[in-house]
Design a protein around this ligand. Sequence first.
Ligand SMILES: Cc1cc2nc3c(=O)[nH]c(=O)nc-3n(C[C@H](O)[C@H](O)[C@H](O)COP(=O)(O)OP(=O)(O)OC[C@H]3O[C@@H](n4cnc5c(N)ncnc54)[C@H](O)[C@@H]3O)c2cc1C
Length: 406
Amino acid sequence: MQQYDVLIIGGGPTGLSTGISVAKAGLNAVIVEEHPKIGHPLACGEGLSIDKMRTVENMPKYNSEETYDDFIINRKNYLIERILSTQRFFFGTSGVATSQLETVTINRPLFDHLMAKEAQKNGVDLSLQSRVNEVKRDGNSVIVKTTSQTYRANLVIGCDGPSAHSVKMIGLKGPSEYVQGVEFNIKGILTDALDFYFDFNRFPKMHYGWVFPKKSSTNIGIVVDPASNPNTILKKFMNLHFNDVKEEDIIQRIAGIIPASGPIPNLCTDNYMVAGDAAGLTNSIFYGGIAIGIHSGWLAAQTAIEACKSKNFSKKKLLEYEYKCRMMPYADPIIQKAHQILYSDFTANDLENFGSLIDGWDITRMNIWKKLLLSFKALSKPSMIKKFWNARIIAYGFSKSRDWGF
Ligand SMILES: Cc1cc2nc3c(=O)[nH]c(=O)nc-3n(C[C@H](O)[C@H](O)[C@H](O)COP(=O)(O)OP(=O)(O)OC[C@H]3O[C@@H](n4cnc5c(N)ncnc54)[C@H](O)[C@@H]3O)c2cc1C
């Protein structure tokens, strides 16, 4: 049986970030990934904030061409596909909010690949095509059984994405609510900003639709309720906004589920922590999770390093990670509250009214004056009087999300 200080389940951005940090600290670590190739299959809109790309520890280097020349599989592939200075948020037909956050679209398979190279360069073992079937505490360590072998580790970090199997195997509660994301990658550039469409009138089951331009193609996707037919809605959404796109322009179709219920009740127990999607750590307004996953993986790694130094793997020790994580803006309960009001309580009319209130505003910057002005505007609109507090929560949720989550 192979023994490790730290065993990480899942080779997505969260697991890779965790692996890079623990390996840099000299810990003996392995990442166990069920798929044969890192970065595949792809399930991502590939939108990310430049600020997070620059400031979050363990992100693949912004200037990839210079730093990672050796690792670029194909010289035609670039880590950064397009730099964008504007996001637009369309609310039905009533208003368009904007934001001047700088964002990028990335080549996500290459992004994950570069992170895996960095983890391996620092000494992490990577076990591919190895699906974890069992996670069981045994004394002061954990036994992990995969399709190919059995491991013993002092600490296991669950980074196994939305399905969160390891969370349930260890006896914690996983995410309780999911949404579906589907996307077409289309030939050609169809916009010059990161565009988000909220439109409950025409698309009652759709939370929002996105249009993200890449280097020579565009990602058009939607997030919908789990009990709906995403393919039909995506086609309708695409035809409404880009009716000249033909079937043969679709390069690729991708799909996946995204946790939508916010951070799960417990992020750790004895000998075990959970991070990223598996911990419900996605932005439940925009449903992005790359930067959040990489950051929460890094946070979990910091506690893992301390735990290994002190040989204390108790829940009490690991709670240090949980406290730090819950202090982060991406775990703020206001985002979850805004998610619930926006996607469950708001009617199509409420959304139209909300759009008209914030038309032209930077929705990711709500200072005290903006909040007061929003209340004033809402109170002077008869149909919004009862909902003005909800409108404030949604606007605050957008603002708190800022660039964590797309
Ligand atoms: C359609 C769609 C579009 C999205 N667009 C964006 C976007 O534009 N921007 C953004 O920031 N986020 C986006 N996201 C969310 C983002 O992709 C995730 O938040 C991010 O990938 C989370 O990283 P992770 O490492 O936690 O999980 P994952 O990337 O899901 O990685 C988990 C890994 O664990 C492996 N695994 C699972 N179970 C096991 C097991 N039992 N044994 C071994 N390995 C296992 C999986 O194979 C996988 O490789 C999107 C998601 C979807 C579905």
